[in-house]
Design a protein around this ligand. Structure first.
Ligand code: GRF
Length: 218
């Protein structure tokens, strides 16, 4: 049966598609059991186009508590191994996070611990940083704060704007999230005494992308 993944999103769904590519490539080892969105969005349509079980759980109509309860029930029904947040723009309550300990993974568009929260590209530019990047990490009750699984950085160019920086970071995000999920499926990123370690550091051949942080088994 393999690992069961659910994906949650709020927007265009490019990370969801990248993740689904990896999961669908190993059907004997992994499955995407459902995609959940907190609103009607392009990502939900894309998931349906791929024939995935796709749910719109409206936070607006239900309110946060009832919406979360529906999502938790759905994920428990599916007995998921991991929930992958892919541009899911809601903060999960402690109750939600505690229902899936070390099972919720997020991608955040900054080199955490820098720039938790929103507008990360603007903040990196305003700070005059040499690099910007993305982090894949476990979700805890603290915003953008859980244990880091891997980070990838790209150089900031002198003429970068928020838009160009976001556009150049996106392929690095896809590579990073795909690499983490592929490693979980293949057993190259494994848990020991509550901590995840890579067997070997992932290598990135996407131009300009540098792998900056990944815990390696010693
Ligand atoms: C990505 O930049 C992700 O890092 C952030 O939201 C964006 C989602 O983009 N959390 P997409 O919907 O996956 O295209």
């Amino acid at each position: 049966m393999g690992l069961k993944f659910a994906i949650a999103l709020s927007g265009r769904g490019s990370n969801m598609l990248a993740l689904h590519d990896v999961i669908a490539a190993m059907p004997d080892k992994a499955r995407c059991v459902c995609v959940i969105a907190d609103k009607d969005c392009l990502g939900l349509e894309k998931a349906k186009e791929r024939g995935l079980e796709a749910h719109h759980v409206s936070y607006k109509e239900l309110g946060k508590d009832a919406a979360e309860a529906q999502i938790i029930a759905r994920l428990q029904e599916h007995q998921i191994d991991f929930l992958l947040l892919a541009g899911f723009m809601r903060i999960l309550s402690p109750t939600f996070v505690e229902a899936f300990p070390q099972k919720i993974i997020n991608i955040h568009p900054s080199l955490l611990p820098k720039y938790k929260g929103v507008e990360t590209h603007r903040r990196a530019l305003e700070a005059g940083d040499a690099h910007h990047g993305a982090t894949v990490h476990f979700v805890t009750a603290e915003l953008d704060d859980g244990p880091i699984l891997c980070q990838a950085a790209i150089p900031i160019q002198p003429d970068d704007t928020e838009d160009t920086l976001a556009a150049r970071l996106l392929p690095a995000e896809h590579w990073l999230y795909q690499t983490v999920v592929r490693a979980l499926i293949k057993g190259d990123l494994t848990e020991e005494n509550g901590t995840y370690h890579w067997k070997t550091a992932p290598h990135c051949d996407v131009s300009d992308v540098i792998v900056t942080d990944c815990p390696i088994a010693r």
